[in-house]
Design a protein around this ligand. Structure first.
Ligand SMILES: C[C@H](N)C(=O)N[C@@H](Cc1c[nH]cn1)C(=O)O
Ligand code: ZN
Ligand code: ZN
Length: 492
């Protein structure tokens, strides 16, 4: 397979190189918006962010529709407006394939005090890395796609494809309202879409490019324990009551053992059996355990071999405990017994786990553990979010085109990987539109998504923009060839 670039690609790549500071300035402007979809108080910033995106796409020349999704109710009864989802399109040539890109511009919470070296909302370049919340997840890649498309326009080149954008602002909170919108638009906006591309994850390594053909799903749980309607003094009441926090800690502690094995009966029953060729595939993947340990700043993993680590990241469920709402967490001492605490945990889902079965197993298990404590407190278990896993066919033209594009830019074959995290929309797109989906990441494994000091390197940002432009040329070529083959078959 040739990996050298054509004259056209060279012209495009040079333009991107020359304009890279504009790319960085745009990212600086977007990172400055605290579009955190998790904290209700910041919803107006998410909405402001969506307006910025809509304007940016209008400047690109796209037809932009900001779809109002109404509002949603928080567990405390408060109603919050949902940010609009942007559906935008550029070109409607029936001779060309239509590529639809999905991205999100909301971010995870970030505070300087969490341990950031720089202000999370001021994009800061240090040693070739662009630090800021959302730099890699997912504002940088969204802008890289916009620039890839814009390059064709700036150079007065015909766009090789029709292009559609779906940009949302609630991904980090579970893509609320998006599934309904996809259903509604199935026969309208999505009717002529041929291919779906998502760039919302990272490579497996710090340097080697990758294409992603699967993600885990996620079942998020709240477990609430309540004793009464007010907090109590631990000196006055400690020792004579069943404390909600003690109950909750016992419940949370019962979920997973020290080896990482989930203790909920039946939870592994539906996990698809591992096929021999799949195991072999994992053996052939390059994966540097030391680099990975260094990226996440841990000394030891739960497993020792590359294969076991990859299986447990991509192929098996995992349970993580995220936090406790209502517990005292500020610095200093407060001798309180909180009246109501809500533990939050999630179980990453893999084929063929069933979300409703998982929910039932979790509820029954926690009720059973709780009943043995003889506590008079009230227990409530809920699953506020359930997202299914997604796996694609790597023989699809999307993967062939993306592999060629990555090779052209990086001069090496990308890894074919799965991802342990979740993009709720990936599986929904596949099911609702029946079109093929690819995840084409440009971030590196050490980008620190959701972590302190999130970054994207200038190199990945700029080269990633080139990969996207090259991908558009490749998919257009491949699509044309496939059409010709299918027309010849019909003629015969
Ligand atoms: C991979 C993507 N950038 C991401 O971070 N997704 C979130 C989505 C989610 C899942 N459960 C709740 N939100 C993630 O994988 O944590
Ligand atoms: Zn993301
Ligand atoms: Zn994220």
């Amino acid at each position: 397979m040739s990996s050298s670039s054509s004259a056209l690609e060279t012209e495009i790549f040079q333009y991107i190189d020359l304009h890279q500071n504009v790319l960085v300035e745009n990212l600086e402007e977007w990172v400055a918006v605290e579009s955190d979809s998790v904290q209700p108080g910041l919803r107006k910033e998410v909405i402001r962010m969506m307006a910025l995106v809509a304007n940016r796409l209008k400047v690109l020349g796209a037809t932009v529709n900001s779809v109002n999704l109404g509002s949603h109710q928080l567990p405390d009864g408060q109603n919050l407006p949902l940010p609009p989802v942007i559906l935008a399109e550029l070109g409607k040539d029936p001779q060309k394939p239509t590529v639809c890109f999905y991205g999100h511009v909301d971010v995870q919470p970030a505070k300087k005090d969490d341990g950031w070296k720089t202000d999370p909302y001021t994009l800061t370049e240090i040693n070739g890395n662009l630090y800021g919340r959302g730099a890699t997840d997912n504002k940088g890649p969204v802008l890289a796609w916009i620039y890839a498309v814009e390059t064709f326009k700036a150079l007065k080149l015909a766009m090789p494809v029709n292009f559609k954008f779906v940009i949302e602002g609630m991904e980090e909170a579970g893509s609320l309202g998006l599934e309904e919108l996809l259903e509604e638009e199935k026969r309208c906006f999505f009717a002529d879409v041929d291919y779906i591309v998502i760039s919302d994850n990272v490579w497996l390594s710090n340097r080697k490019p990758a294409l992603t053909y699967g993600t885990r799903g996620n079942a998020c749980f709240f477990v609430e324990v309540e004793s009464g309607d007010k907090d109590l003094h631990s000196g006055t009441f400690g020792g004579i009551i069943h404390e909600p926090m003690t109950d909750l800690i016992a419940l949370l502690d019962s979920l997973v053992d020290p080896t990482g094995h989930i203790q909920i009966p039946g939870i592994y029953d539906n996990v698809a059996a591992l096929r021999e060729e799949e195991r072999k595939l994992y053996e052939s993947i390059e994966f540097d355990l030391e680099e990975h340990k260094n990226n996440c700043r841990v000394k030891k993993f739960l497993y020792d071999t590359k294969e076991e680590i990859l299986l447990h990241l991509w192929r098996y469920p995992s349970l993580s405990i995220h936090g406790i709402e209502g517990a005292f967490h500020e610095p200093g001492i407060k001798t309180v017994i909180p009246a109501k605490v809500i533990g939050k945990f999630s179980i990453r889902q893999v084929p063929h786990m069933d979300l409703s079965v998982v929910k039932q197993q979790v509820v029954e298990y926690l009720e059973n553990v709780f009943s043995k404590r003889n506590s008079p407190n009230k227990l409530k278990v809920s699953m506020p979010l359930g997202a299914k896993p997604w796996v694609a066919d790597i023989n699809d033209p999307l993967y062939i085109a993306a592999r060629r594009a990555a090779r052209t830019v990086f001069r090496e074959d990308p890894d074919f990987i799965r991802d342990g995290s979740t993009i709720p929309i990936a599986r929904m797109f596949q099911t609702i539109t029946q079109k093929s989906v690819i995840m084409l990441p440009i971030g590196a494994a050490d980008d620190g998504e959701h972590s302190q000091n999130e970054k994207i390197s200038r190199y990945n940002y700029v080269e990633g923009t080139k990969v996207f432009a090259a991908f558009l040329l490749e998919i257009s070529k491949l699509h044309g060839q496939l059409q010709e083959i299918s027309n010849t078959k019909t003629d015969n």
